[in-house]
Design a protein around this ligand. Structure first.
Ligand code: TXA
Ligand code: MG
Length: 316
């Protein structure tokens, strides 16, 4: 398969929408990372996502919609969920909610669960595409399973671990400003719970809810917490975390100091999140062990550290 690179003009949007309507998988920009999108109502189209990524089939996918009204046609919104949606959508927040049986979502999307993860991306091209298509899009990150998430169209097409030749097209709208995946909130057992730290700080959500979020615990590879697979976002090189001082043979991702691989010269966590996956890739390409400076565990630092721990975890 030849993978087309499309651009966010009228022609590119029309071609991307036509491919998705035909059941193809197309990589799309979001504010967090590029997603590999398919029509969430079409089981065969969704199967192409799993096929292209080589993804374990028990992982449910996040469904993307253009606005809250479209989300309410797919899931039921308890009051606290509506509060968060009204406050933070469009934006890097996914809500796991009870699925409406009659919404027509392919069961492969939810991996058979009775809940569904929904979000409204803060990315004008993605939302224009969804409006043109008139259908929700299932979209995990557009990388081969277990590899580093893509924050540019070039990453999506990377000959090493990318999807060139495996998907119909990538809609190239430049780099992703947030750079890490969305924060996922659910209500298992009725309690607001942080299921995955991400691009919206947990503290910001807690301030709106007026209560602390429960933190998800349990077996990281269990299907009840899919996506919590321990080894994920893995570079090929060995990765050493909390490295205050780099060894001479390491490529060092610094923080709060200038340097060729600094996540942020000034210690800005949002800048570090936006650069994380790109710098990991560029460091990995040098083929030497990688070390990363300590990153404060507050705000977006929690998402950065979560991704780094997975990237450093033993490979399966
Ligand atoms: O920023 C993002 O969220 C990106 C962009 C493309 O939007 N998407 C993304 O999707 O990260 P994905 O498929 O890589 O993440 C899906 C994760 C699952 O692994 C799981 O943790 C959670 O979302 N999830 C989805 N549906 C769920 C459900 N019904 N119950 C519990 N967790 C769910
Ligand atoms: Mg992913």
């Amino acid at each position: 398969m030849k993978t087309l690179r499309l651009f966010p003009d009228a022609d590119g949007l029309a071609r991307a929408a036509a491919l998705l309507a035909q059941g193809a998988a197309v990589a799309i920009p979001t504010e967090t990372v590029y997603g590999l999108a398919a029509d969430a109502l079409n089981g065969e189209a969704v199967a192409r996502i799993y096929e292209a990524k080589g993804r374990p089939s028990f992982n449910p996918l996040i469904v993307h919609v253009p606005d809250l009204a479209a989300a309410e046609a797919i899931a039921r919104f308890p009051d606290p969920a509506r509060l968060l949606a009204e406050r933070f959508w469009p934006g890097p927040l996914t809500l796991v909610l009870p699925l409406r049986e009659d919404a027509g979502i392919a069961s492969l999307v939810t991996a058979g669960l009775s809940t569904i993860g929904l979000r409204v991306p803060d990315q004008p091209t993605a939302r224009a595409l969804m409006r043109a298509l008139g259908r929700p899009l299932a979209a995990p990150s557009a990388n081969a399973s277990g590899r580093i998430s893509p924050t540019s169209a070039d990453h999506v097409l990377d000959p090493d671990g990318g999807l060139d030749g495996r998907i119909a097209a990538v809609l190239d709208d430049g780099p992703c400003p947030v750079g890490v995946e969305s924060t996922i909130i659910g209500w298992p057992g009725g309690r607001a719970t942080l299921l995955r730290p991400g691009g919206l700080a947990a503290e910001t959500i807690e301030a709106v809810l007026g209560q602390p979020l429960a933190r998800h615990e349990g077996d990281p590879s269990a299907p009840s917490a899919p996506g919590q697979l321990t080894s994920h976002y893995a570079p090929r090189s060995h990765l050493r975390l909390n490295a205050a001082t780099p060894e001479a043979h390491e490529t060092h991702l610094d923080f709060g100091r200038p340097g060729p691989f600094s996540l942020s010269d000034s210690g800005d966590l949002a800048q570090a999140a936006a650069r994380l996956f790109d710098l990991l890739r560029r460091a990995d390409a040098l083929g030497r062990p990688i070390s990363v400076a300590p990153i404060p565990d507050r705000g977006l630092g929690a998402a950065i550290n979560d991704r780094l721990r997975r990237a450093a975890a033993p490979r399966p």
